[in-house]
Design a protein around this ligand. Structure first.
Ligand SMILES: Cc1cc2nc3c(=O)[nH]c(=O)nc-3n(C[C@H](O)[C@H](O)[C@H](O)COP(=O)(O)OP(=O)(O)OC[C@H]3O[C@@H](n4cnc5c(N)ncnc54)[C@H](O)[C@@H]3O)c2cc1C
Length: 511
């Protein structure tokens, strides 16, 4: 039986809540499952190769749907029977219109590299994969404005603009798989945010299909446009809960003429803040990244073959590491600045660093980056990861990592029991700490030890429970720790305006 729009329950969350247990947020099963009749309808919109279904007559086996049903960290698992892969905006429109009328819940899926369970079904929602929408629509090499289908892989766009001497303003470890539509929908931060700012600034326009099939053409290529409410901003970070992003217009910066990097080994975390000040002072306009990895994160990256390990004397006595990148206009000038910085740091009476390893060639440059970028991958190889991507004052980074480790120790959960590692890394320059707890398995007792403890700590520091990964299914309950009741109420109202039946990615962002 079809539910009616009036049965969509809008629940208000308490401003502060004690949360008990969850591995997946649960959506009340109020939506209709996809049926053979629906597949027959989709067959009028899409060619057979764009419909993967296990419904009879099946076009895919259950194992072929596994990659669409499982999230990257292996924590969330859906039971979708059907994945649709449209090629055009018009096809997306027709699919959503049908799903809206039929009350079928839809999960938009990009590269499925999201880390908060937002990109997979929680029940048997239909998966709408953007993978086949992968064409560049236009590139203006003078203005540096790229317009691309949402399903374009971030790396392929980087490669596309490179011959024009441009780069993408966003870069992240998952660039080989994540899509620009997914990046926009999660408001991905990544490694270049320090230099080029967030996607709220660099995205100029979006094309979005609303749940009722309306195509919202906000695909402007204008740098300046003050004509009323800036609707596109609502879709940047909406995590597929308001509509499907089908294309993106984005400003790409000119490629730096010279990039270099250095990894610095620090004897104590206490040195990170003064180091950041000194690095900013020395490098000013050419500083493009300031990334932090603690010793545990470094050791895991090395253990799992990410980047080239430093020599043993270079890591001896190091409590943590900072990777500094410069991007500028003239190699000699930038190298001089970087060498001056290193000289100053090493000749200081009380040096902030033990040592620094400067990349000498492109291979070493990539290898140093791989140490930092590879931590996420290394953690996933090491075990099951509880991932907290929080914004807190830099001064509190180590305290939060150590406090979490201590709490797990007190609960008897650390080492040889259940939790193998507690580590911190992240985009220090942006105040973003990735606090990871690696365990043998996802266990309720670990979950209970970590939450709401971590969220309460974040709240006490007036931080954010999600700096860049988003809320997804993992943190819907935690939203009140960073947003007040008035803001959350307004978010529910906005959701209702765009998606009155609630078919778009239910159970994500808002409970
Ligand atoms: C190794 C690794 C490193 C990472 N590093 C970073 C990092 O540095 N910074 C960072 O911010 N994130 C990082 N991430 C997380 C992830 O890569 C980003 O969130 C990325 O932007 C997700 O893009 P995607 O295409 O994979 O989206 P998906 O994972 O497929 O989807 C993410 C969310 O967006 C929605 N969505 C996807 N496409 C669309 C669309 N076209 N329209 C509407 N909704 C859509 C989905 O429904 C889901 O809610 C990392 C992940 C990994 C695995």
């Amino acid at each position: 039986m079809l539910a009616t729009a009036s049965t969509v329950v809008v629940r208000r969350l308490p401003t502060r809540l004690r949360w008990t247990t969850r591995l997946a947020s649960s959506t009340p099963p109020k939506f209709n499952s996809v049926t053979k009749e629906d597949i027959a309808h989709f067959s009028k919109i899409l060619p057979p190769t764009s419909i993967l279904t296990t419904l009879e007559p099946a076009s895919a086996s259950p194992s072929e749907l596994e990659i669409f049903n499982n999230d990257w960290i292996g924590r969330f698992k859906g039971q979708s029977t059907t994945v649709l892969k449209p090629k055009t905006t018009e096809q997306v429109s027709q699919i959503l219109k049908w799903c809206n009328e039929r009350y079928i819940a839809v999960v938009p899926q990009g590269g499925n590299t999201g880390l908060v369970g937002g990109s997979v079904p929680l029940h048997d929602e239909l998966v709408l994969s953007l993978a086949n929408m992968n064409k560049v629509r236009s590139f203006d090499p003078v203005a540096g404005i790229l317009v691309a289908d949402a399903g374009c892989i971030l790396q392929s766009l980087t490669d596309y603009v490179a011959p024009h001497n441009h780069i993408m303003p966003v870069d992240l470890g998952a660039k080989g798989s994540c899509q620009i539509g997914g990046n926009v929908s999660t408001n991905a931060g990544g490694l270049r945010l320090l230099r080029y700012g967030s996607l709220h600034g660099t995205v100029l326009g979006v094309e979005v299909v609303l749940p009722d099939g309306t195509i919202l053409d906000q695909l402007t290529t204008l740098r300046k446009d003050n004509t009323g409410y800036d609707l596109k901003q609502l879709f940047i970070g909406a995590e597929g809960t308001l509509g499907v992003v089908t294309a993106v217009s984005i400003l790409t910066p000119p490629a730096p003429q010279a990039s270099n990097n250095v990894i610095l080994a620090l004897p104590s975390f206490n040195n990170v803040q003064p180091l950041f000040r000194q690095v900013k002072h020395h490098l000013s306009e050419i500083l493009s990244a300031f990334e932090f990895i603690d010793r545990t994160a470094y050791d895991l990256a090395v253990k799992h073959g990410q980047g080239r390990a430093l020599e043993s004397d270079e890591v001896e006595g190091a409590e943590c590491f900072v990777l500094v990148e410069t991007s500028g206009g003239r190699r000699e000038h930038d190298e001089e600045k970087l060498s001056d910085l290193l000289e100053d740091l090493l000749s200081a009476e009380q040096p902030l660093i033990n040592t620094g390893v400067l990349a000498q060639n492109p291979a070493q440059f990539s290898s140093l980056w791989a140490l930092r970028e590879g931590v996420t991958e290394a953690v996933s190889k090491e075990g099951k990861a509880y991932k907290y991507d929080i914004s807190i004052p830099l001064a509190s980074f180590q305290e939060v990592v150590d406090g979490t480790r201590e709490r797990l120790r007190q609960k008897g959960l650390l080492h040889d029991k259940a939790v193998k590692h507690v580590l911190g890394y992240g985009h220090v320059g942006d105040g973003n700490l990735h606090l990871n707890i690696v365990a043998d398995a996802f266990l309720p007792e670990i979950q209970d030890a970590l939450e709401p403890y971590i969220y309460e700590v974040v709240q006490s520091l007036r931080g954010s429970v999600s700096a860049e990964h988003g809320i997804g299914a993992m943190k819907t309950h935690a939203l009140p720790y960073s947003k007040d009741k008035a803001s959350i109420d307004l978010m529910y109202k906005i959701k209702k305006v765009f998606d009155p039946k609630g078919i778009m990615n239910p159970g994500k962002v808002l409970e």
